[in-house]
Every structure is written in structure tokens, then in C-alpha cells.
Ligand binder design. Structure first.
Ligand code: LLP
Length: 422
């Protein structure tokens, strides 16, 4: 096997001694691969980022809700947030207890809210109408409220979830109404929460939002927890030396704010965060096979089997993912060239990586798409009636286990009902 261009997975020992081209052959491509050692390390990074004692990391399962994945996260002592009954269900399947699950819903039906009540999980609502809905169906219940702290952040406008242009959170101006409803339905406000957006690489917006959230918390004297949300970024351009988020510096700034606020508030509140990406992105890659290489109107295209049905982030947010190249045969690539790497889906937007300068890629090469574990498989689809890929896990001892079977054609007929009279 040739390592044609592999500066990240080599450095991190991602494959733990396994040969990626052999994995591609054995399990087929496209293939999601997870590294258990890196996943566990990311969980520990965040658990230990502050010294404040009552600090809980709720893993945000929307980033990756694979069963084995959740089981590992739980074994590291993290709790979890959920955005839907499906996520609550998967978390329960993975062994999370109801009290370890925080359901943060947005515009949900009475039935869905009832599901969460019956499941016994903590519930956060994010509008006055949803607070009233909860009050109507479960007077006297415990509730948390998501506020909009007025400060947002994120890698793309689609993922900024606080500030002026967002559907999320209760506007602090509505606090008088919130208080009336809490009283009217005898609801017990146990916590407040926020999530400012996804992927910040410096801590300023996050720390500013915490202080805005604390201003809100001051108006509610009996809180048990304050949840500061997720959004902790990872460097997608690490091959160019992009620095990681400085967790130590951010942790110190948070510590200062947390101790100070707890003292002022007069009790050892629990502070929570809800990271998804930081925990799940870097422990995963996708292997994909190159099936065609061609010129079209002077642009060189490399066509592989990782379309946006497999990884949606590039088409959805113009996101960058590093690409490495492995070759089964021992033939080196002499020249670098600028290519556009595309998938096999019927849209011109099906571009995985645009204008990348890489060593020459050939038919049959195995591409390795980096940092695919967050919002990768969870956003995969059956578009074009393609089958969702398999997932494998490389255990800490290097052993490889299958954690999700590749779909088969028959799966496309599940839940489908044809007409009998035609
Ligand atoms: N908490 C709440 C309420 C959220 O909505 C989210 C993400 C998180 C926590 C976790 O955020 P993280 O730590 O992963 O940044 N699909 C997009 C990202 C969407 C984020 C949605 N909410 C992407 O691929 O970049």
C-alpha cells in the first residue's frame, strides 16, 4: 500500500496499524470509520476543561447518534441531550438513564412533548407557547427554558442559533410572561439553557453569551442548573496547520465566571455544556473509492463514491473536509495537480472538495475524508435511492468491529406500500 498523501491520519495513528485499503476492500466503500481512542480522548478533554466541581458534559447526540458511539460516550461519564423522541430512544438503548437525558425541543407537538414527559427526561422549551403547552398537559411539572442570550456564533449563517436572526430561544424581554405562566401552571423552573451556534474557534462569543445568560439566571432564584450549550469547534483545515480551539484558555475563563456566579447566586449550581462536534468530528473518517478521473472543460474531476447522500456538509454549508489518498498498488504519484473531487449524485452541487491541489489521484485509489464524525452519518440520506453506508469502529487495541451494516436494496422497500390495483 502507498500512503500517497496522509499527513493527518499518520500523525494521529488513526488506523491503529490497520491498512485502510484492506478495510475498504473488506467492508466496501463508502465506509465510515471511527477511532475509539480519539473519541474517548475528546470526551475527557471536555470533562476536564474546568475545575468547577458541578460541571456536566451533555453530549449532543444530533452530531452522531450511533449506538456503539453513544455507549462509549456514556462509559466516559457524559450525559446527553436530545432533540427528538428518536434521540431519546437511542440514548435509552445505549444505557443512558432518563435523568441523564436533557430534551431540548423546538416547536414540537403535544404528543411529542408527552413522549418526553412519559420517558422521564428533563425538558427544555424554547418559546412562551411551548411553555404554555407544557403547562396545559403537565401542570406542576419541572421545566427548563432556553433563552436567546443575544449573542450568536457559528461557521455558517445556517447554524448560528442565537442573536438577532434566529428561531431559537425565548427573548429575555418575555421574562414577565414566562413568570406568569410558571405561576399559572405551577411549573417548577429547574434550569435555563442556551446554545449560541455551532463551531467557534475562539472563546469570546461563548464567554460573552455566558455572562448574558447569567443576567437572565439572576432573575430566577431557584435554578438547579445553567446549561451554556455547545458549539466548541474543531480545526477542519488542520493539514494547513489550523490551530485547535484553546480549551485550556477557554476553561480558565469559564472557571472564573462559574465560581463567581455560583458564589453570587448563593448555591453550587450545576453548570452544563452540550457539545456535539468537538466530541464526534475528529474520531471519524470516510473511506471512498475513486471510480473515474476526467477532464471536463479544462477542469479535472475525480469521481468517487462519496456523494452528498453520504456526507452532506460540503453541499449544505460549503464545508471543508481534508482529503487523504491511499493506493493499494505500489505506484507513486509524481506530480501535484488541482482537482475537484465529486460524488455520484445527479446534481452539479455534488462536490466534496473543490480545487484541491493534491498528488495525482488515479482510478482505484482510496480517498480518506477527514473529520467526518460530526453531522456525517446522522445527515446521510437515501437520495437517488442510494444505500446508506456501513460503519466500523477501531477499538483501542486495534481490533476492528462492524457497528452498522451497509443497507441493502431491500431496505428501500421497508415501509413502502405499493398500489394493488395497478
Ligand atoms: N445544543 C443544541 C441545542 C444544538 O442545536 C446543537 C447543534 C448542539 C447543542 C451541538 O452543537 P455542536 O457542539 O455540535 O456545535 N449540521 C451542522 C451543525 C448543526 C448544529 C445544530 N445544533 C454542521 O454540519 O456543521
Amino acid at each position: 500500500m502507498q500512503h500517497i498523501y496522509t499527513n493527518v491520519t499518520d500523525r494521529t495513528g488513526f488506523f491503529e496499524g490497520n491498512d485502510p485499503t484492506a478495510l475498504a476492500r473488506q467492508y466496501g466503500t463508502p465506509l465510515y470509520i471511527y477511532n475509539e481512542r480519539i473519541l474517548r480522548q475528546r470526551c475527557r478533554d471536555l470533562k476536564n476543561m474546568v475545575t468547577y466541581p458541578n460541571f456536566v458534559v451533555d453530549y449532543s447526540a444530533k452530531a452522531n447518534s450511533g449506538l456503539a458511539f453513544l455507549q462509549i460516550v456514556r462509559s466516559e461519564g457524559l450525559e446527553a441531550d436530545a432533540m427528538s423522541p428518536g434521540e431519546i430512544y437511542m440514548e435509552r438503548m445505549a444505557g443512558f438513564e432518563p435523568e441523564e437525558i436533557f430534551y431540548i425541543c423546538n416547536n414540537v407537538s403535544q404528543e411529542e412533548m408527552q413522549y418526553a414527559i412519559d420517558a422521564g427526561v428533563r425538558i427544555s422549551v424554547d418559546s412562551v407557547s411551548q411553555l404554555e403547552q407544557l403547562g396545559r398537559i403537565a401542570p406542576g411539572h419541572q421545566v427548563a427554558i432556553r433563552f436567546n442570550p443575544g449573542v450568536g456564533a457559528g461557521h455558517h449563517e445556517k447554524v448560528v442559533t442565537a442573536g438577532k436572526e434566529t428561531k431559537f430561544g425565548v427573548d429575555p424581554a418575555d421574562i414577565p410572561q414566562v413568570k406568569e405562566l410558571l405561576k399559572k401552571y405551577n411549573l417548577k423552573l429547574i434550569g435555563i439553557n442556551q446554545h449560541i451556534g455551532s463551531l467557534f474557534m475562539t472563546g469570546e462569543a461563548f464567554t460573552a453569551s455566558i455572562s448574558a445568560l447569567f443576567d437572565i439566571a439572576r432573575q430566577f432564584p431557584d435554578l438547579e442548573f445553567v446549561d451554556m450549550g455547545g458549539g466548541f469547534g474543531i480545526p477542519y483545515k488542520k493539514e494547513f496547520g489550523e490551530a485547535p480551539l484553546d480549551l485550556k484558555e477557554l476553561g480558565q475563563a469559564m472557571d472564573k465566571a462559574l465560581y463567581q456566579f455560583a458564589e453570587e447566586y448563593g448555591r453550587q449550581l450545576t453548570f452544563r455544556i452540550e457539545p456535539g462536534r468537538y466530541i464526534s468530528a475528529e474520531c471519524s473518517v470516510i473511506l471512498s473509492t475513486v471510480h473515474a478521473v476526467k477532464y471536463n472543460q479544462n477542469r479535472k474531476f475525480v469521481g468517487c463514491d462519496c456523494g452528498f447522500n453520504v456526507l452532506q456538509r460540503p453541499i449544505m454549508y460549503d464545508s471543508y473536509h481534508g482529503v487523504e489518498i491511499f493506493r493499494e498498488k505500489d505506484i507513486p504519484s509524481e506530480n501535484e495537480e488541482t482537482v475537484t473531487i465529486v460524488g455520484n449524485i445527479c446534481e452539479s452541487g455534488d462536490i466534496l472538495a473543490k480545487d484541491r491541489t493534491l498528488p495525482e489521484i488515479r482510478e482505484g485509489d482510496t480517498l480518506c475524508i477527514l473529520d467526518a464524525g460530526a453531522y456525517g452519518f446522522t445527515m446521510a440520506s437515501n437520495y437517488n435511492n442510494r444505500l446508506r453506508p456501513a460503519e466500523i469502529l477501531i477499538r483501542e487495541n486495534g481490533e476492528v468491529v462492524l457497528i452498522r451494516e451497509r443497507e441493502v436494496l431491500e431496505d428501500l422497500m421497508r415501509h413502502v406500500i405499493g398500489l394493488k390495483d395497478l
